[in-house]
Design a protein around this ligand. Structure first.
Ligand code: ATP
Ligand code: MG
Length: 475
């Protein structure tokens, strides 16, 4: 069994149906041969028996000497035709051969002692005499008088030459036809299996060559819609996903290095300029505070990245508690109003539903701050940012609407991606592009969602929908 499972599939398939077909053909062939033999023999037996019976009923007295004068003519008379290829003899009650007609080639024809004994006992006996060539099939019929006493015996034999010839031919046909059909089935089956499984080898070869360097490669097996076609398609889709993941990782690494390089370049440049000549204390202070700003920026990026990477690895546990949604919104409002004021943006919180929910307060506050921070950042002076909330069906929806620069349609689907910023030229004013990724993660960790509706230059609406019961974290 083990060695069988090591065989290539096409061989296993071929052997399997080759084996099944051989079995069926051999069983079916033997059945046909046996049935044919039996029915042919029965028909021969029937013929000689009826001939024997006709003779025995016509015989009144075998010892009638007139009868044996011309036995052949007598038989022709009784049977209505000349008995060709037959051996017919009549034996009297003492065992003497009374009359005989021999139209078969074999000369020494004698029944066994047993046969005669059975016939004298009143039984009709069939036998095949094998000693002679060609073989002979013979029936021995007792003739009885009114007292059921055997007066004589009629034996009718016929040559089995035709029968043997027919059976031999049938055997030859079977011996040729069965192996030929098995062999041709195996050859055609092997060819078909090889052809059907060809794409597997192609897939194996492609899989062997795929590495991180050529993830763009795909398995090409044409437009097959069968199982192998589907397998190849699944395989290609899997490579596609790997390719995406690899690209994202590469993009991410280059974004991280870029993001960290900018503040470092600024620090380095400012330091070099400062060191060129003596500076006043105020100048040094200004340079140092600029350095502090850049260092803060780097620290924030690194902390944000650390948070996201922990989130990716599922290492962050939410500190779930019952909290007041209105208080949460008002806290963020209080935190952010100074920043809004400085920018000349009007921050308002109105229509805030008074409700409680389960959640991690610090994280939820951070999420909301990130969204409100964007609202203020991307809204020019004189604009407004409005916070509101509603509850329905066990969910609270917090909305942050601004009258700012809006988001172009092509940017909308990317703004929640890490390091994505819609307006790359204004990158220093914006941020690192991690704020919304973090907000999204926090919303999802609470079993909620975050979405946006916006058009370029017509303001934006961010909506965060959270389950009041804390979602998947409550068990
Ligand atoms: N309210 C908004 N109006 C217009 N554009 C927005 C708004 N909020 C987000 N965006 C766009 O989506 C981008 C991604 O936002 P995100 O908060 O992730 O990054 P960021 O604000 O640039 O940086 P960070 O938040 O890390 O300081 C922004 O750079 C900005 O282009
Ligand atoms: Mg932001």
């Amino acid at each position: 069994m083990r060695t069988l499972s090591n065989l290539p599939i096409r061989w296993r398939l071929t052997l399997l149906y080759g084996g099944i077909l051989s079995f069926i053909l051999v069983v079916f062939g033997s059945g046909v041969y046996y049935y044919f033999e039996i029915s042919l023999q029965a028909s021969i037996d029937g013929k000689i028996k009826s001939m024997g019976e006709v003779i025995s009923t016509s015989l009144t007295d075998v010892r009638d000497p007139g009868l044996f004068g011309n036995f052949e003519r007598y038989l022709e008379n009784v049977l209505g035709r000349k008995p060709k290829g037959k051996f017919i003899q009549i034996i009297d009650s003492a065992g003497r051969i009374g009359a005989r007609m021999n139209d078969v080639e074999a000369q020494s024809l004698s029944s066994s002692f047993n046969t005669l004994e059975q016939a004298y006992a009143g039984e009709t006996v069939y036998e095949t005499i094998e000693r002679v060539k060609p073989r002979l099939r013979m029936v021995t019929i007792p003739i009885m008088d009114d007292n059921k006493k055997v007066t004589s015996i009629v034996q009718v034999g016929t040559s089995l030459e035709d029968f043997d010839e027919t059976m031999k031919r049938l055997l030859i046909i079977m011996i040729i036809a069965i192996p030929t059909s098995i062999a041709s089935t195996i050859i055609i089956g092997y060819g078909a299996a090889t052809k059907a499984l060809k794409p597997v080898e192609k897939m194996r070869r492609t899989a062997l060559t795929i590495s991180s360097q050529n993830l763009g490669e795909r398995i090409d097996i044409g437009r097959r819609k069968d199982e192998l076609g589907k397998l190849a398609q699944t395989f290609n889709e899997m490579i596609g996903r790997l390719q995406d993941a690899f690209q994202r990782i590469n993009q991410f690494s280059s974004d991280v290095s870029h993001e960290l390089r900018t503040p470092l370049t600024i620090i380095k440049g400012e330091t070099e300029v400062a060191l060129r000549k003596e500076r006043s204390v105020d100048q040094y202070k200004s340079i140092l505070s600029s350095h502090l700003e850049e260092t803060d920026r780097m620290t924030r990026i690194i902390e944000d990245l650390l948070l996201l990477s922990k989130a990716d690895k599922d290492e962050i546990r939410l500190n779930m508690e019952t909290l007041d949604v209105k208080a949460l919104i008002m806290d963020v409002y209080a935190d952010m109003s100074l920043m809004a004021q400085q920018k000349g943006v009007c921050l308002v919180a109105k229509n805030v539903a008074d409700t409680e929910m389960r959640g991690d307060e610090l994280k939820l506050r951070r999420m909301l701050r990130n969204v409100v921070d964007n609202g203020i950042k991307y809204t020019p002076g004189d604009g407004a940012v409005e916070m509101s909330s509603t509850t329905s069906d066990g969910f609270v929806t917090i909305e942050v609407r601004d009258t700012g620069i809006g988001i172009a349609e092509e940017d909308l689907k990317y703004i929640f991606d890490r390091f994505y910023r819609a307006d790359r030229s204004r990158r220093r004013e914006s941020g690192s592009g991690l704020g919304l990724s973090i907000a999204k993660w926090i919303a999802e960790a609470h079993g909620g969602t975050i979405g946006v509706e916006s058009h370029a230059s017509s303001g934006s609406l961010f909506f965060i929908r959270l389950p009041l019961d804390g979602g998947i974290h409550e068990t």
